[in-house]
Structure formats: C-alpha cells, structure tokens
Design a protein around this ligand. Structure first.
Ligand code: SAH
Length: 238
C-alpha cells in the first residue's frame, strides 16, 4: 500500500486538492512531486489510488485513479465514554482507540475529572484521529463527540438502545472481564477520571443498567484502563 493521505473533502470528482497538514506531509515530509503515487481516503469507507498531478506552494492537486471500498471496521460497534486524562496522555488515548477500531469516543465531564474537556480541546484531538487512521489503514474516522456530563450520557445511552452491553470500569467492580461477552451486540464502555468515579456516579450508572467491571487488582491510569477494556471487548469482533 502506498503512503496514505486524508482528504477532508468527500471525494466525488477525478481531481482533489490537498492542503494544510496533508499537503505538508506530502510535499515537505515525503518530498513528493508530479507523478508520485499515493492512497487517499475521505472517511466515508472507501480508499483511492491516486497520483500527484500538480503542486503549488502548500497545495497539491491529486488525480484519482481507482476507488475501492475497504472495510477495516469492527463487526459490531464499540463506543467509549472517558473522563479524559491530561496533556499528551489524551492524545495517546485517542491514537490507541482509533487503532483498536472504536467507533466513537465521548469525552465525559465528571465530578473528579482533572481535564474538563472543552469543545476546542476536542477539536485539536481530531488531528490525532486522522494521523492514527492514516497509519493503521482505517477508512472511517473514529467520531469524537462533544463533551457530555456523566449522568446525561449514561442515562441517554440507555434511552437510545435497550440492547447492547454497558460496562463501566471501576476498581473492585462486580464482574471480572472473563465473563461471556456477546460479540454480536454493540458495546458501550465507560472509564472514570484519575480521581475515580464518585459513589453517586456509579449508582447513577447502575440504575441506568450499567454493570461495573474490574480490570484486576492494580489501579490503572485512565488511558490504560480504556485500552485494556476495549481490547478485551474487541475479541470476536475483529
Ligand atoms: N483512585 C481511583 C482510581 C481511578 S483510576 C479509584 O479508586 O477509583 C481511573 C479510572 O480507570 C477509574 O475510574 C476506572 O474507570 C478505571 N480503572 C483503573 N483501574 C481499574 C481497575 N483495576 N479496574 C477497573 N477499572 C479501573
């Protein structure tokens, strides 16, 4: 597979213009020129083989040669609500969840959250989703939802879908991860903040049908807990 690039415009004609960070990657990092072959995707599930047609400062015009629908998504969806960690660990988490095939990440606002997510911070993470999708071959982007308050989200999820698994990671939780997870059902996962979920937050989730799960006897970082939980739940849905 040739080097992958993301088009933020849905590809619907024979010529596509790459700008911004994608043009920078192509022209300055890869030092591509007219005639260089590449792969493009636009997040709609297809990938395109293409060739550089012309270049200008900070911009490249690409000619589409072939369109293929290539599905690298999980067979049933995983949605993860997380009280995001701080700084670089946030970006790491977004990268790993994209690689693991998570359909949607919902930043959660919790009582003890350290990095209460703002809409603009979430927007910056969008770039990490694109970079990870380029690298891992996904042709759809993991959706980054707007930040939601804990109670709203855990209750809203219940209202949306009566079927599906709803698991909240909580040290000392009632289940261990070795119980039977049906891979035919969509799954919703929730991970609390570095300071932990409050008793109230756990009770709200429980009364909305969420089951608490333990990931073992060690206390994991938020991002480790999220990755471990997603990895365990993706068995059978690869
Ligand atoms: N002092 C906090 C630790 C929070 S760790 C407490 O005791 O709750 C951050 C989040 O990661 C937790 O809210 C939980 O969702 C998840 N987590 C960390 N370690 C875990 C474990 N061993 N089992 C289940 N969830 C865990």
């Amino acid at each position: 597979m040739s080097e992958r690039f993301f088009s933020s415009q849905p590809i619907s004609s024979e010529l596509v213009t790459l700008e911004g960070p994608e043009a920078h990657h192509l022209l300055n990092v890869m030092r591509a020129g007219v005639g260089t072959m590449l792969s493009l995707f636009d997040g709609t599930g297809a990938e395109y083989s293409a060739v550089v047609e012309s270049t200008r400062r900070g911009e490249a015009v690409i000619r589409i040669l072939e369109r293929r629908v290539v599905d690298r998504e999980l067979s049933t969806s995983i949605v993860v609500g997380v009280a995001l960690p701080k700084g670089d660990r946030q970006k790491w988490l977004v990268e790993k969840l994209t690689e693991l095939g998570v359909a949607e990440l919902v930043p959660l606002i919790t009582e003890r959250g350290v990095a209460q997510p703002t809409a603009s911070a979430v927007e910056r993470l969008e770039r990490a989703v694109i970079e990870a999708a380029k690298q891992c071959g996904r042709n759809r982007l993991m959706r980054l939802a707007s930040p939601r308050p804990w109670a709203d989200w855990v209750r809203g999820v219940q209202a949306q879908s009566s079927e599906g698994l709803r698991l909240v990671a909580h040290p000392g939780g009632e289940r261990r991860l070795n119980f039977e997870l049906s891979s035919a059902l969509p799954v919703m996962l929730a991970v609390g903040p570095e300071g932990g979920l409050t008793g109230d937050e756990v009770a709200i989730a429980n009364s909305a049908g969420w089951v608490t799960v333990s990931l073992g006897d060690r206390i994991l970082r938020v991002e480790t807990a999220a990755v471990a939980l997603v990895a365990a739940c993706s068995i059978g849905r690869e």
